[in-house]
Design a protein around this ligand. Sequence first.
Ligand SMILES: Cc1ncc(COP(=O)(O)O)c(C=O)c1O
Length: 454
Amino acid sequence: MTHPTSKTIDIRTELPGPKAKVVLARRDASVVKGLYRSCPIVADTARGAAVTDVDGNTFIDLNAGIGALNCGHCPETVTAAIHKQADKLLHLCAIVGTYEPYVELCEKLNGLVPIAGETKTLLCNTGVEASENAVKIARYATGRQAIIVFEGAFHGRSLLGMTMTSKYDLYKRGFGPFAPEVYRVPFPYAYREKPEGMSDGAYVDHAIGQFEKALVAQVDPTSVAAVIIEPVQGEGGFIRAPDAYLRRLRGLCAEHGILFVADEVQSGFCRTGKVFAIEHSGVEPDMVLMAKSIGSGMPIAAVTGKAAVMDAPHVGGLGSTYGGNPVACASAIASIDFMVEHDLSMRAIEIGKITAEYFRVWKEKYGIIGDVRCTGAMCAIEFVNDRGTKEPNKTSPARVIEAGYQRGLIMIRAGLYSSCVRTLAPLTITDAQLHEAMGALGEAVAVADGEHGE
Ligand SMILES: Cc1ncc(COP(=O)(O)O)c(C=O)c1O
């Protein structure tokens, strides 16, 4: 990793620049409106944490493909592995035959997940496919149909994925009817849900009580196949479930024969300071869902779990044409090696510490900030209209992102109320780049604070 001390951000034109404007107009004319675009960057090349647009402006990426680029943009060992594999074998289909990269990646993931005993893996293309396959496998293995998910959850955009996802306004409005047998319970979101004056321990009791009540009021536990939980909610606003909550939830699952599935699509692969966020709690899941940073930008995802569970479905019941494509596997193998070699978990902790310090100062300074949260390098600022009422502030995130873009940052919002800005810097970002980015982000927050209520 290089550690440049000179500035990375280099803005040479008005933004968006003239060439970007042309591509953006073509996008508007040819691409569906339903595909959201967080900022008007038109990227041309990227390396590490830096992205250069078609007009030659260079930005620092604080979004990293929504958490898909923990190893940074185009890490050399990964792109070399992709090129090498592309020249050897582009595709075969794992349903048709076998190629070593598929097997090697599964072996690596089997050893990586925090599950004792024999583990097995299914590779697929995207996070939502991992979610869907986990449901299929859990249903088959348990002979039960119901799935429990959480408020604020995001598990993808297919019909079942969208059903399991929360947040109607953005992800679900107009797309129903949804899939049956999906039940939703409150997520332990202390900033919004913990009653004033309640201790953290009492809040865990309270939140577990809500889960237990759902097993009486909403769904018979003997018909529940799996609980699917993000140990740190991603789209929900980077909310970390307390370790004690996860342990008690695990206990309830074991008691009722329910499988515990950790969705690590966004929180996985060193982002939170551990390879998987569930490891902070010591909980051993039955299955782990992976995507995003596993492939450094190549479309690959995985479900890894206890062999007895994973092997339950009949032969032919699982698979897809491209799931575990050879090139995507090569990318994932090289990405995992990169994470280990560069100790990206440790780097995530350092990035989180630096970021949290900036966030803490801004929280004291700007009334629009209600809460700041960092689990490793999974960091978010939650904006409010009023610190007392905590009324969600949905306008400031867009202003911060726009003002940040004008200062050379790439960012995206988050949160059940779309009231958060998250930072998911590539874990290869240098200290100098991080401080530079935080300088620009601080200015952007000041702009939004100044404009608030206008
Ligand atoms: C926790 C989580 N699960 C599943 C998904 C769906 O992944 P994909 O967009 O690759 O289908 C996402 C995507 O953001 C996610 O954050």
